[in-house]
Design a protein around this ligand. Structure first.
Ligand code: CP
Length: 303
């Protein structure tokens, strides 16, 4: 039994096996002839809102021939609302499904579930901590768009403190080495000391800065993030920083012709909609890649 809890659990062999199987997953979608997970049941249990992660995992399971049981808005619509613990919910789901895809607002929820699960847990996001399937699909997107995973300059912009997608992508990129990272945020949303220590311990080349314009001509990947209102306990603190880094057409004009703009989505106002027409805007291609990468991850989980 395999759990997918944290991007740091992957080695390069695992990552490349997953990424290399993406063309096969695409073929399964296009031909609809193979059903490698026929007879399996995937439970998607989401205690936090989601569009891409839940629906792409469900689509992935269905495309692979599995069946899906689902609890969207599980904080209200599951027995968690009556006070059931994550552990008891997990023990119960283990009686029904072969894979449990779980999103929860509590950091460490997936680990708590994995401790009692008798079936595979896939962490679909636990608070501001980890979102490993997003890390893998982001990695795949960079490889597909740039043809390589090292020797790149990558700027992460916005709420870098609370971004589980950044926390998940960086350890995967660190496997490849030779990349330079810029973390661009208001001072209130800079990376925390634990993540900074991880970067230092792994001899990662990074800079923390508070302005965007200077790095735009150098970066190969501009990774935008949403300032996450749901992570603030005080609304006034959110209001103060919510519009800190808004990407406009004049910013995009400064990017290299082969740079790409990524965003895990959803976006609020941090990327001007006119930018969507620019071929460098990769965020909807990124969301499409998520389906194939999640198919590959479900197959990997049950191997
Ligand atoms: N990127 C991401 O996790 O999107 P959703 O919140 O819509 O699942």
């Amino acid at each position: 039994m395999k759990h997918i809890l944290n991007a740091k659990q992957f080695n390069k062999v695992d990552v490349e096996k997953i990424l290399n199987s993406v063309p096969k997953m695409k073929e399964i979608c296009e031909t609809n002839k193979e059903r490698p997970l026929e007879g399996k049941i995937v439970a998607c249990v989401f205690f936090e809102p989601s569009t891409r992660t839940r629906l792409s995992f469900e689509t992935a399971a269905l495309r692979l021939g599995a069946q899906v049981i689902s609890a969207e808005d599980a904080s209200h619509n599951s027995s968690s609302h009556k006070g059931e613990t994550i552990e008891d919910t997990t023990r119960t789901l283990s009686c029904y499904a072969d894979i449990i895809v779980m999103r929860h607002h509590i950091v460490g929820a997936a680990e708590m579930a994995a401790k009692v699960a008798t079936k595979s847990i896939v962490n679909a996001g636990d608070g501001a901590n980890q979102h490993p399937s997003q890390g893998l699909l982001d990695l795949y997107t960079i490889q597909k768009e740039h043809g390589k995973l090292s020797g790149l300059s990558i700027a992460f912009v916005g709420d870098v403190l609370n971004s589980r997608t950044i926390h998940s992508l960086i350890p995967l990129l660190v496997l490849y080495g030779g990349n330079k990272f810029y973390f661009i945020s208001p001072k209130e949303l800079m990376i925390d000391s634990e993540f900074r220590n991880y970067l230092v311990d792994n001899k990662v080349d990074f800079e923390e800065i508070n302005e965007l314009d200077g790095v735009l001509p150098q970066v190969d990947v501009l990774y935008m993030t949403r300032v996450q209102k749901e992570r603030f306990s005080n609304l006034a603190d959110y209001e103060k920083v919510k519009d800190s880094f808004l990407l406009k057409k004049e910013h995009v004009e400064k990017l290299k012709s082969d740079a790409i703009i990524m965003h895990p989505l959803p976006r609020v106002n941090e990327i001007e909609p006119e930018i969507d027409q620019d071929s460098r805007a990769a965020y909807f291609r990124q969301a499409q890649n998520g389906l194939y990468v999640r198919m590959a991850l479900l197959v990997h989980t049950l191997e």
